[in-house]
Design a protein around this ligand. Structure first.
Ligand code: SF4
Length: 159
């Protein structure tokens, strides 16, 4: 089912963001993902072009708990002012070739590299991490969704 911004349960997500055990569990998962990604020595050359989804030709999807972590860590990074309006088919955190939400960026932002030498490990790692994220939703009883990142940002900016 295609979710719209008004379908995103922002109140539930904000409540979950206040639960330290959830934030710690997602942090742990991200730390492991970051370590495993770094071990592949991926190279980023496009300086944020992939964050302009329409032009780049792909989408970024996120689970509910990734949004919870994003909300819980809102004081990290240069965009501590809060959710930014979405004015184009691009992530508003990408400015001047830099991610201004880097410490709290979703899993897909961590895993994706257009580097041809970094293609073989991305799919398996994504599948494993998404399965583990899905189990965390069950463990912490947070309603699961997997939705376009810009839909979430639009919901956060308006609710
Ligand atoms: S959160 Fe950061 S890395 Fe992810 S799409 Fe936005 S600017 Fe790009």
């Amino acid at each position: 089912m295609l979710l719209k911004p008004e379908d995103i349960p922002i109140t539930v997500l904000r409540e979950a963001a206040g639960r330290p055990e959830i934030v710690a569990a997602v942090r742990q998962l991200y730390d492991e993902a970051d370590r495993r990604i770094a071990a592949h020595l991926p190279v980023c050359r496009n300086r944020g072009e992939c964050c302009r989804f329409g032009e780049f030709g792909h989408r970024l999807y996120v689970t509910a708990l990734e949004v919870v972590y994003y909300l819980a860590s809102a004081d990290q990074g240069a965009d501590a002012e809060g959710p930014l309006p979405v004015t184009q088919d691009a992530c508003p955190h990408a400015r001047d070739g830099v991610c201004h939400a880097r410490p709290r960026r979703p899993l897909g932002c961590r895993v994706f590299y257009c580097d041809p030498a970094s293609q073989h490990w991305q799919g398996p790692l994504t599948e494993e991490m998404l399965a583990r994220l899905q189990r965390l939703h069950e463990e912490f009883q947070v309603p699961y969704f997997y939705v376009d990142w810009l839909t979430v940002l639009r919901a956060l900016a308006t609710q």
